[in-house]
Ligand binder design. Structure first.
Ligand code: 3HC
Length: 681
């Protein structure tokens, strides 16, 4: 097998080049090749400096994640990097694309770093439930200081080359088209000088002088890192860099890394990494399916949803024409989009010019004719089949042939909507989640006639606007809401049987959800869909509405809210629930947290199994992607199906039986065969 590493001599400089598509991951052959190349450079008197660069789209994007969990084959990354750093001949990293994880650690082990302005550097290991494992947590703070190192290691978000230069992670910027030549010139200019080694760097005094730095940083991240193991280990490792010798610090990093690597959180997050990428692929739609060019979007409805949907495209530089029925609704919608952008700008996440640029791409209209030349129109009107069919009939008349007609319905039958058109092949569901400009998930609903090029185009487009897409077949509620309704059924049942509604919420919070169902109801508004007749009370929600408990919007819903929106359980609601239970003759009892959790979550897994059985999801991991991105299922458990695999499908099936709840054929047969929903947990 030919090595992915080759070398080229440029006078007295050895250029070491990696060619390991798609992302130059640091697999065994790459590590071995790098180690050999360094040895070649050291043993050759004609070579006085080394440049390391990569072919293809990026500098090394990290360790090869597919090797994790398998028996290690040497040389390992730390020893490869130590050999690199030990060289007395200057070693220069020439960086383009993304130097991530192990790739950033390669750069740190080099004596100098030169990058093109478009390059990004980062240590995203926390996103895989890990910390850097090749001395990144020890070299980085010694090079740039603990304060600059903490966000890189703990948040895992990459930084631009310019920012990297400002903190001392990059020594020089090179032209986008002249990286190699400039890196060679840089290397030559350092020949004969003592080499600076990051492991010997003295920059981490800040963390030593101000040890509270770490607690302050932890407190500032508390909400974001709740429940995750890796960020705390990352803080500990960076702190150790200031307290211990380099060798001891590396040992500490290794201990923390190995503990995380063998734990369930990292397994779950690695599962998610591949799940997200798999979800973007549709089994029977070939990769090379020709795409429909999307240059202009139409959005029907300028309400919260339509406005949020539009923002995704405007932010990505794609013009949007937004349609409403009346002028005031249209004006209000456009104003809301502007206000949202301006508040993003106030938080420093957008410039004033970017706001104007995005708004300049938005065309408001009251006339369907203005949608004629759109390549994709997304309908976001009221959830009513007749209304939707009227809209689609109208769109079919005015919008050019070959354009995609999408519905943002969260529940309705896309195939029926498609019958209102003469082009059912071009009809698809694009189910955004509220707030649509923020939430990552896009459920792409595939009708029975939806064409391959339509699907391929929508999947590609979703990536361009920063969404994570997963495909669902046509069934009520699709993947996400269909499973949510099972959880909701149990939540309602549990409070009738005697569970406190705040305990139900707390159980889900403890599990790692950002909120529980009753908090969610208060946030969304209890009166959504209410018939507005206080004398007609058949459900708890209607009873709450009759008592004018509409949710957070009027300071009382399931909970009472103070000015700062702190919530406390309400005596009035307790009474309403108890009365209801009495009326229905429910025997009330104390319900444990375990029972609550199991009854909320096991039926969801069961519904997921049915979704698989019916072919409504392509794979179990797509269901995980939907729940993590659309409903706040905690990433560190890997999603409902992976979580079920982790706790054991027998446990889930037996639990359901004990509670007298249904067990689907797929769940039962997979459990009986000792199988898992996800093949490679
Ligand atoms: N190992 C193995 N495969 C990888 C990989 C990695 N580190 N990174 C990406 N891939 C694969 C993807 O699975 C995908 O495969 P597929 O085509 O079969 O689905 C392919 O490469 C392309 O990836 P993307 O679709 O993500 O391509 P993009 O161009 O959108 O993004 C990227 C490129 C920004 C590099 C992105 O892939 C990424 O963020 N990769 C992960 C980076 C990372 O987490 N690195 C740290 C690894 S852990 C580590 O280094 C530990 C060390 O400290 C010891």
């Amino acid at each position: 097998m030919t090595s992915p590493i080759r070398t080229e001599r440029h006078d007295n400089v050895l250029v070491v080049i990696s060619d390991n598509p798609p992302v130059n991951a640091l697999g065994q052959a790459v590590r071995a090749g790098l180690k050999d190349a360094i040895e070649e450079a050291l043993s050759d008197d004609g070579i006085e400096a080394v440049v390391i660069r990569c072919d293809g789209q990026t500098f090394f994007a990290g360790a090869d994640i597919t090797e994790f969990g398998k028996p290690p084959v040497g040389p390992n990354l730390p020893e490869t990097l130590d050999a690199m750093e030990a060289s007395d001949k200057p070693v220069v990293a020439a960086i383009h694309g993304t130097a991530l994880g192990g790739g950033c650690e390669v750069a740190l082990a080099c004596h100098y770093r030169v990058a093109v302005p478009s390059a990004k550097l980062g240590l995203p290991e926390v996103k895989l439930g890990l910390i850097p494992g090749a001395a990144g947590t020890q070299r980085l703070p010694r090079l740039v200081g603990a304060e600059a190192a903490l966000p890189l290691v703990v948040d895992g978000n990459p930084i631009s080359a310019k920012k990297a230069q400002s903190v001392g992670l990059i020594d020089a910027l090179a032209g986008e088209d002249s990286l190699e030549a400039e890196a060679i010139a840089f290397a030559k200019s350092r020949i004969g000088q003592p080499v600076p080694r990051a492991s010997e760097g003295k920059a981490n005094d800040d963390g030593v002088r101000d040890p509270d730095l770490f607690d302050r940083f932890r407190a500032s991240q508390a909400r974001k890192i709740r429940g995750f193991d890796a960020p705390n280990s990352a803080i500990e490792a960076v702190k150790a860099a200031g307290e211990l010798s380099y060798a001891e610090g590396v040992k500490k990093e290794r201990e923390l890394f190995m503990k995380l690597m063998t734990g369930t959180q990292s397994a779950a997050m690695r599962h998610y990494f591949f799940a997200e990428r798999a979800a973007n692929k549709i089994d029977d739609v070939p990769n090379d399916t020709p795409l429909i060019p999307i240059r202009k979007i139409g959005v029907i409805g300028a309400g919260t949803m339509g406005g949020g949907i539009s923002m995704n495209f405007l932010s990505a530089g794609i013009p949007v024409t937004i349609l409403e029925m009346a002028n005031d609704a249209l004006d209000r919608g456009v104003r809301t989009v502007r206000t949202n952008y301006e508040s993003t700008a106030k938080r420093g996440r957008m410039t004033a010019e970017q706001v104007e640029k995005a708004m300049g791409l938005l065309t408001p209209t009251l006339s369907y004719d203005d949608l004629a030349d759109c390549d994709l129109v997304i309908e976001a009107v009221y959830e009513n089949m007749e209304v939707k069919k009227q809209v689609f009939g109208k769109l079919d008349e005015v919008v050019k042939q070959g354009a995609i007609l999408a519905s943002n319905t969260s529940y309705l039958d896309i195939d029926e909507i498609a019958t209102a058109t003469t082009r059912p092949g071009y009809v698809v569901g694009m189910h955004f989640f509220s707030p649509a400009n923020v939430m990552k998930l896009l459920e792409v609903v595939r009708g029975k006639e939806t064409r391959h090029d339509v699907l391929a185009t929508v999947m590609k487009l979703s990536k361009a606007i920063g969404k994570v897409a997963a495909v669902s077949g046509v069934c009520p509620g699709f993947i996400g809401n269909r499973m949510l309704s099972k959880r909701q059924e149990q939540a309602n049942e549990l409070i009738m049987e005697g569970a406190n509604y705040w305990d139900v919420d707390d159980v889900l919070l403890d599990f790692g959800f950002p909120m529980g169902p009753f908090q969610m109801a208060d946030l969304a508004g209890i009166d959504i869909g209410w018939h507005r007749d206080p004398t007609k009370v058949t459900t708890i929600r209607e009873a709450l509405c009759a008592a004018e408990r509409f949710g957070q919007k009027n300071g009382k819903g399931f909970y009472d809210y103070d000015e700062a929106r702190n919530r406390t359980p309400s005596d009035e609601v307790k009474r309403i629930i108890a009365d209801f239970a009495a009326k229905e003759g429910k025997e009330r009892r104390e319900i444990s947290k375990d029972e609550t959790r199991e009854r909320l979550l096991y039926p969801m897994v069961n519904e997921g199994a049915k979704i698989l059985e019916e072919g409504m999801a392509q794979r179990a991991s797509d269901i995980d992607v939907v729940w993590i991105n659309g409903y706040g299922w905690p990433l560190y458990t890997g999603g409902p199906m992976f979580w079920a695999d982790t706790i054991g499908l027998h446990t889930v099936a037996t639990g359901l039986e004990e509670y007298g709840l249904p067990v689907s054929d797929r769940l039962r047969s997979t459990a009986e065969g000792d199988g898992k929903f996800n093949d490679k947990p």
